[in-house]
Design a protein around this ligand. Structure first.
Ligand SMILES: NC(=O)c1ccc[n+]([C@@H]2O[C@H](COP(=O)([O-])OP(=O)(O)OC[C@H]3O[C@@H](n4cnc5c(N)ncnc54)[C@H](OP(=O)(O)O)[C@@H]3O)[C@@H](O)[C@H]2O)c1
Length: 239
């Protein structure tokens, strides 16, 4: 897909990977609707990136808020070519010390939010496919923790393994509708994620800017070429 004048919805656009993805897409000429809860941050990013970035205050785990955000994006452009389901968080710790709230917030953002955004966007992409023969591209951000279980990560592992299953099933379900589905499995990245995760980051993590070009590459593949999964790790995480 050529990214010029395409319309993207990026969740979790206020920091880390989502901010990096938004910048890359704006640079390539796309219009980006960035969803996140912190309105002040979204306003700052609008000032920085210009009129191709539109911040939409939205908690992705809230059905009504997602419905309003997707409707607003459609009012602006009447199409959605790209959905990046990136918003997510981890709360790590021994299973007996995780609270029900820790469990629920991870399930609600990392899985329910992906479901709500995908459910809202797939009909739009199917209609685009019916008109033009290509529907769009959905990129889900799982984690190496979606492939490998580890101590202290039980709830986070459950969400990211869940997202692997959701992505595989969705990919097979919508490929004949001209919709690509790709799942990313990154290792440690230096972002705000570790401010609240409850464990220290590895000594030599990836940066969001390492990963941005991979998103662009995956999106720019020819229409009949789908990269369905990408695993990305720091080469020497321990320095
Ligand atoms: N950092 C890593 O090492 C790493 C590794 C593998 C995978 N990942 C995954 O990569 C994705 C991005 O993480 P990151 O590292 O960039 O973390 P980050 O810097 O903490 O960014 C998380 C983003 O998600 C948004 N968000 C959180 N809860 C939300 C909600 N309820 N509704 C809407 N937006 C919400 C935050 O914005 P607001 O606070 O403004 O809502 C923020 O923009 C996550 O899915 C994470 O699990 C991260």
């Amino acid at each position: 897909m050529h990214l010029k004048a395409k319309v993207a919805v990026v969740t979790g656009a206020t920091s880390g990977l989502g901010l990096e993805f938004s910048k890359r897409l704006v640079d390539r000429g796309s219009v980006v609707y960035g969803l996140a809860r912190r309105a002040d941050k979204l306003a700052g990013i609008e000032s920085e990136l210009g009129d191709r970035f539109h911040g939409l205050k939205c908690d992705v785990s809230d059905d009504a808020q997602v419905g309003r955000a997707i409707a607003t994006a459609l009012e602006g452009s009447d199409r959605i070519d790209i959905l990046v389901n990136n918003a997510g968080l981890g709360r790590f710790g021994p299973v007996e010390e995780l609270t029900l709230e820790d469990w629920d917030v991870q399930m609600n953002v990392n899985l329910r939010g992906v479901f709500l955004c995908t459910k809202a966007v797939v009909p739009v992409m199917k209609a685009q496919n019916a008109k033009s023969g290509f529907g769009g591209h959905i990129v889900n951000i799982s984690s190496v923790a979606g492939l490998v279980g580890n101590p202290l990560l039980s709830a986070y592992n459950a969400t990211k393994f869940g997202l692997k299953g959701f992505s595989e099933a969705l990919m097979k379900e919508v490929r004949e509708d001209g919709i690509k589905v790709t799942c990313f499995y990154p290792g440690s990245i230096q972002t705000e994620f570790f401010d609240t995760a409850g464990v220290p980051i590895s000594a030599q993590p990836l940066s969001a800017t390492d990963i941005g070009p991979t998103l662009v590459h995956v999106l720019e593949t020819p229409d009949n070429y789908l990269i369905s999964e990408v695993v990305m790790r720091p080469l020497r995480p321990n320095g």
